[in-house]
Design a protein around this ligand. Structure first.
Ligand code: AMP
Length: 214
């Protein structure tokens, strides 16, 4: 069983590395951010509330996130492991996750922290573009689409996430520093923390993570 947690500021590349590792490890990539974006787009009352929180760059309340993760990790496809991306973001969530996993008779294998400075994050995220159809991630500077602003696969125009605008990115980074750095210490104290330099290229970062698992 490989129960992995990816930690690091928004823009550290967690989603990108996770997608590569899914191919190599055959375990699901679970992104709470993606799950909330889906809920936010649903047009329900809950969805609208979450949309507002996300547009401010703030965090969704712990109870809501914890319950959503509990349900997701209980699903059949998580039997061999999972990569959690964007969760836990607070110590309260980290404790809840320990409890969720204990109830399932398992525990965190490793927490991988991808270290990236604020200015790199701002540069990466303000240049990030996404295909609204297949979810493929591009970067106008480092991973541009072949044709101007069109998805290589779907050929539909790429979009920018509302929370990838510079002021919101800086706010998310600040929120991250305040609430998530204690989570890093939490896993350090548990002897489960592994640091990886998130400014290395994708291939090298993925290689580092595979080394940690082995
Ligand atoms: P992300 O794509 O991981 O940057 O998440 C986008 C937004 O979703 C965050 O800015 C939060 O508003 C919300 N979110 C995602 N994961 C969590 C979490 N574990 N706890 C609270 N809010 C979250």
């Amino acid at each position: 069983m490989i129960d992995l947690i990816f930690l690091g500021p928004p823009g550290a590349g967690k989603g990108t590395y996770a997608k590569e590792l899914v191919k190599k490890l055959g375990i699901p990539h679970i992104s709470t951010g993606d799950m909330f974006r889906e809920t936010a787009a649903s047009g329900t009352e809950l969805g609208n509330k979450i949309k507002e929180i996300m547009e401010r760059g703030d965090l969704v309340p712990d109870e809501l996130v914890n319950e959503m993760v509990r349900q997701r990790l209980s699903k059949e496809d998580c039997k061999e492991g999972f990569i959690l991306d964007g969760y836990p973001r607070t110590v309260n969530q980290a404790k809840a996750l320990d409890e969720i996993l204990r109830d399932l008779g398992r525990e965190v294998t490793a927490a991988v922290f991808f270290d990236v400075p604020e200015e790199v994050v701002v540069q990466r995220l303000t240049n990030r573009r996404i295909c609204p159809k297949c979810g493929r991630i591009y970067n106008l500077l480092t991973m541009p689409p072949k044709e101007d602003n069109l998805c290589d696969v779907c050929k539909v125009p790429l979009i920018q996430r509302d929370d990838d605008k510079e002021d919101v990115v800086r706010r998310r980074y600040k929120v991250y520093m305040e609430s998530t750095l204690p989570v890093v210490d939490y896993y350090k104290d548990a002897g489960k923390l592994h640091k990886v330099d998130g400014t290395l290229g994708i291939d090298r970062v993925v290689e580092e993570v595979l080394k940690i698992i082995r």
